[in-house]
Design a binder for this molecule. Structure first.
Ligand code: FAD
Length: 437
């Protein structure tokens, strides 16, 4: 393996920042391409409203971020740090264990500053095409501040860190074509201007956005109805102290006059529908002639969610997994990629990697999981993390950190929205102390 390599990193969110640091540490020559004018990716709150909030119009002016103004982390800062860079409280910052999104952005900005990542980054430069030519990658990019000038450059390797929270995946709603009232995704001020969300609001989905937003909207709306795939009388579907939030089964049909009928027989005239149904993987710049595809939200084939066997190690993806302690997994993936590229860690053969991917797909099939669950790794996130740790020869994580993610998920599943305020400094002191005894 020639070293150092010239490596292109696409994106300067958490994945891109950490990838750049790890690649640099391994002595590689790194260029980060970032289409916006800032670092932090998702954690940069963009008040701009999409010209087409549902993302249906391909010519729309998209907004990368999908944060809503009031967003507070759903993991404690202790699970959003890096192994040698704690997410510490800052003077005049947000001191909460589960801080608001601004605090996460500051943390990432500090990280970028500390490790000199800004100096490696070409801002306002969108990668529009990545193509393998011979033994190199040609990266074509467009720089908006230079009048959209296009340039091409050759790289030995490309690390894709472009995120997967900007193209919304809409819930299936029979009759939606006739619906004449507003529909939103949980994004931007348009959505957050709560006074505009009147009276009766329908949320589709039961993920973290719905968990937070249903409660927030209930404070100004007359009624909030949440459409879920669960049975509406499931005992877990209940928020204490939020009388105007009701959970239902999926939507049977919506009508032109605003009527929304649920499968459980309930119907209501509603003023707005919000799709809290997640996002799609989107890699519009990648040209691999079918070697890597996105099919039913599965990016594949990828060995351990990172390397496409036929193009490894020259192409890799960071941060594709979800429902896991994202920051920790991203850091481990980045270290793995950087060390594979410097020849310190060997990958199995292409055939062996392909076999491993097939085994994983077969296991999913056996368990009745559709393709779009491929990168949704819960409850195997611990095994995945340990596998990466083992590859890297790193010491095991502290036990309390291991258990903490499960605790968060338990609280979210039980719809205990107050856990964020219960985990104060005393709580953490006790946890850390008891783990040392
Ligand atoms: P992103 O943050 O999306 O960054 C991708 C970057 O790539 C962006 O800067 C983008 O501009 C750039 N880019 C994309 N395409 C191109 C291109 N073609 N050319 C150049 N640049 C490009 N995680 C937690 O740990 N705790 C939480 O509480 C939490 N809450 C979340 C809440 C919401 C609403 C969302 C959406 C996610 C949340 N997450 C949370 C997960 C969060 O996304 C990840 O923590 C992490 O930010 C993902 O980082 P990333 O770098 O992979 O992607």
């Amino acid at each position: 393996m020639p070293s150092p390599l010239k490596v292109a990193v696409i994106g300067a969110g958490v994945s891109g920042l950490v990838a750049a640091r790890e690649l640099q540490r391994e002595g590689h020559d790194v260029v980060v391409f970032e289409k916006s004018n800032h670092v932090g990716g998702t954690w940069f709150y963009d008040p701009k409203t999409e010209s087409d909030p549902l993302g249906i119009d391909p010519t729309r002016d998209p907004v990368h971020g999908s944060l809503y103004l009031s967003l507070r982390t759903n993991l404690p800062r202790q699970l959003m740090d890096f192994s040698d860079y704690p997410f510490a409280k800052r003077e005049s910052g947000d001191p909460r264990t589960f801080p608001g999104h601004e605090e996460v952005l500051r943390f990432l900005e500090d990280f970028a500053g500390e490790f000199g990542i800004r100096g490696l980054t070409r801002f306002e430069t969108e990668v529009v095409k990545v193509e393998r030519k011979g033994s190199e990658w040609t990266v074509e990019s467009r720089t908006s501040r230079l009048g959209d000038s296009v340039s091409r450059e050759e790289f030995d390797a490309v690390v894709v860190c472009s995120g997967h929270f900007s193209v919304p995946k809409l819930g299936e709603v029979p009759g939606i074509d006739t619906w004449r009232r507003p529909t939103f995704i949980p994004i931007t001020t348009e959505f957050l201007n709560l006074s505009r969300i009147r009276h009766v609001v329908i949320l589709i989905g039961l993920g973290p956005s719905s968990f937070d937003l249903s409660r927030e909207i209930s404070q100004v709306a007359k009624e909030v109805h949440v459409a879920t795939r669960l049975s509406s009388d499931s005992p877990s579907l209940k928020f204490e102290n939020y009388q105007n939030i009701t959970f239902h089964t999926t939507i049977k049909r919506v009508y032109e006059d605003g009527l929304v009928a649920f499968e459980d027989g309930f119907s209501v005239y509603a003023d707005a529908i919000i799709h809290c149904t997640g996002y799609k993987y989107d890699l519009p710049f990648l040209v691999t002639n079918g070697t890597v595809t996105v099919e039913d939200n599965r990016v594949g084939p990828l060995y351990k969610h990172v390397f496409p066997p036929a193009l490894a190690p020259w192409l890799s993806f960071i941060g594709l997994t979800s429902k896991d302690p994202v920051f920790h997994i991203i850091e481990l993936q980045c270290k793995w990629v950087a060390r594979v590229l410097s020849g310190k860690i060997m990958l199995p053969t292409e055939e062996e990697m392909m076999e491993s991917v097939k085994e994983y797909y077969q296991l999913m099939e056996k368990n009745g999981l559709p393709k779009h669950y491929t990168h949704f790794i819960y409850p195997l996130q611990g095994d995945y993390k340990h596998w990466l740790i083992e590859q890297l020869g790193l010491p095991a994580l502290k036990e309390w950190k291991e258990n903490m993610y499960e605790e968060c998920i338990k609280n979210l599943d039980q719809m205990n929205h107050s856990y964020r305020d219960q985990w104060d400094d005393i709580y953490w002191d006790n946890i850390i102390q008891s783990s040392q005894n």
